[in-house]
Ligand binder design. Structure first.
Ligand code: ATP
Length: 342
């Protein structure tokens, strides 16, 4: 069980050319990842995610701030001791980073050889790991005979070999098709649930966060712009970056061009309603409309699952007498976040 704390962490790289100012890749980031948590760091390309991950495993040194992995302060340890700590931090990669010239079992065994584990014990551990990831029968295969999903399973088995307390995942499913990606994420969930391993994953995909994470940090230009429980952050996004991510995977209000199109086809009043798990009772909404003699059709949006709770936006066309529609809108506004789409 390992907590990971990043406290006011910054990383600056020297700028190119004589008078160039430094590149601030990570800018005063504070993230407290609880022991046993799955924490996603989401951001667009260049946001500073990979740099932050390299600081956590001590591959690079922070310019400012402190990083603690369990009781070890990464930012204060000399290289000789970092090696010991890295043994407790597993890592998986987008491109899997396997040894192609070695068989599956040898790939998984590698960190155990480095750690000096005796051969008989190594064989037992490798068999156990391959069974856990469902690849026992591929033990003697070369890794280039495997599919992408199988390669990432080997990567996970190798990362778990030395019983790490933390697993860092760098775009671990970005090279995989959606179905395989879901299977690998399900495996990571098992890793977390069965061994209590803390997982920090970086991604540019909302689906990954939605599928697996407990908490999320949204990064933009090196800064952590939003942070919290996945449902809270994505059901009520504050920053432009978070809003853009939400729009890629969750139901939203129609975009302006789509709205024009909807208007052409629907002559009633268009309203957008937000449904947050526990906040609004859908039957109450539809009963309110029926009681006031207002007809309704759903013209856009949907309800989906975010961090295990339901969230959605529905755009409704309200049909009926103007006054009745006005009264219904006033009544609905008491029940839920409602926006009249002018
Ligand atoms: N070694 C380096 N030297 C100089 N600048 C760097 C170095 N590594 C990263 N950067 C810069 O730091 C910023 C953050 O890069 P980083 O790779 O951490 O972002 P990212 O969010 O992981 O994006 P991507 O998913 O594209 O890798 C970028 O502007 C990048 O050009």
């Amino acid at each position: 069980m390992t907590r990971v704390q990043m406290i006011g962490v910054s990383k600056r790289y020297p700028g190119r050319g004589k008078s160039a100012s430094p590149v601030v890749a990570v800018d005063d980031v504070t993230i407290d990842v609880a022991s046993g948590e799955i924490h996603a760091i989401i951001g667009y390309s260049g946001a500073g995610k990979s740099t932050l991950l390299r600081l956590v495993n001590g591959l690079e040194h922070a310019s400012d701030g402190r990083i603690l992995v369990g009781d070890d302060e990464i930012t204060a340890l000399p290289e000789s001791q970092l090696r010991r700590v890295r043994g407790r931090i597993g890592m998986i990669f987008q491109q899997f980073n396997l040894f192609h010239a070695k068989k599956v079992a040898k790939n998984v065994e590698y960190p155990l050889v480095v750690a000096g584990m005796p051969a008989a014990e190594r064989r037992r551990r490798v068999a156990e790991l391959l069974e856990f990831v469902g690849l026992s029968e591929k033990s003697g295969a070369y890794t280039d005979q495997l599919s992408g999903g199988q390669k990432q399973r080997v990567g996970i088995a190798r990362a778990l070999a030395t019983n790490p307390g933390v697993l860092l995942a760098d775009e671990a499913t970005s090279a995989l098709d959606p179905q395989t990606s879901r299977e690998v994420l399900a495996l990571l969930k098992r890793v977390n649930a069965e061994f209590g391993i803390t997982i920090i994953l970086i991604t540019h995909e909302m689906e990954v966060v939605r599928e697996i994470a407990d908490r999320v940090t949204v990064m933009d230009s090196g800064r952590a712009v939003e942070q919290g429980d996945v449902f809270d952050v994505f059901s009520n996004p504050q920053s432009q970056t978070t809003k853009r991510f939400v729009a890629t995977a969750l139901p939203t209000e129609p975009r302006a061009d789509r709205l024009d199109d909807l208007r052409e086809r629907h002559r009633g009043r268009l309203v957008s309603l937000t449904f947050r798990d526990g906040d609004v009772d859908q039957p109450v909404v539809f009963r309110t409309l029926a009681e006031r003699g207002v007809g309704v059709s759903i013209v856009h949006g949907g309800i989906t699952d975010v961090g295990g709770r339901s969230f959605g936006k529905l755009t409704l066309e309200l049909i009926g007498d103007d006054l009745k529609v006005e009264h219904a809108i006033a009544a609905l506004a008491q029940e839920t976040a409602l926006e009249v789409l002018a």
